[in-house]
Design a protein around this ligand. Structure first.
Ligand SMILES: *[C@@H]1O[C@H](CO)[C@@H](O)[C@H](O)[C@H]1NC(C)=O
Length: 157
């Protein structure tokens, strides 16, 4: 049974294992990690060029959406397992985030996937995030900006 859910522009479809509800726990943990008000980091805002904006009319084919989710979640997992992430965040809350991400990834791994083009786009997007953090010397504000960006990704997934 194909469950239809909206992704980015309401043009992308996703299958049951990849629907937003499943990202809810990850989202909640990410939100709990917030330590500084986003308003105090306004001058650090950055356009990370999220490839699947509302105005982007190219839909991700349903056959590839699970693959897309897997790629995104893997990259989020990689981002938050870096040494600098461990130094930046409360370890208890970070552990919770990583464990919920790990669980989702395990569920998604049951499906064999191949989406090279999407994979490249996702990696490029995350390279931009890693580069931004490096340029900002992994400051608290930079991490907060990134945390909000990832919240946005998750809510659009
Ligand atoms: C980390 O978060 C937990 C749960 O909210 C809290 O009990 C703990 O005091 C925090 N640790 C630090 C070092 O802030």
């Amino acid at each position: 049974v194909a469950n239809i859910c909206l992704l980015a522009a309401g043009v992308m479809l996703c299958s049951i294992p990849a629907c937003p509800l499943d990202n809810k726990e990850i989202f909640i943990h990410l939100r709990q990690m917030k330590t500084i008000p986003s308003q105090s980091c306004l001058e650090h805002r950055h356009d990370f060029r999220f490839p699947w904006r509302r105005e982007n009319i190219t839909p991700i084919p349903m056959t590839q959406s699970t693959c897309y989710h897997q790629q995104m979640l893997q990259q989020i997992f990689n981002l938050f397992t870096t040494e600098n992430s461990c130094a930046a965040w409360n370890s208890t809350l970070l552990d919770k985030l990583l464990s919920s991400l790990g669980q989702r990834l395990e569920q998604l791994e049951e499906v064999t996937l191949d989406c090279p083009d999407l994979g490249i786009a996702v990696r490029k997007y995350f390279q931009g995030i890693h580069l931004y953090l490096k340029e900002k010397e992994y400051s608290s504000c930079a991490w907060e900006v990134v945390r909000v960006e990832i919240e946005k990704c998750l809510s659009l997934m």
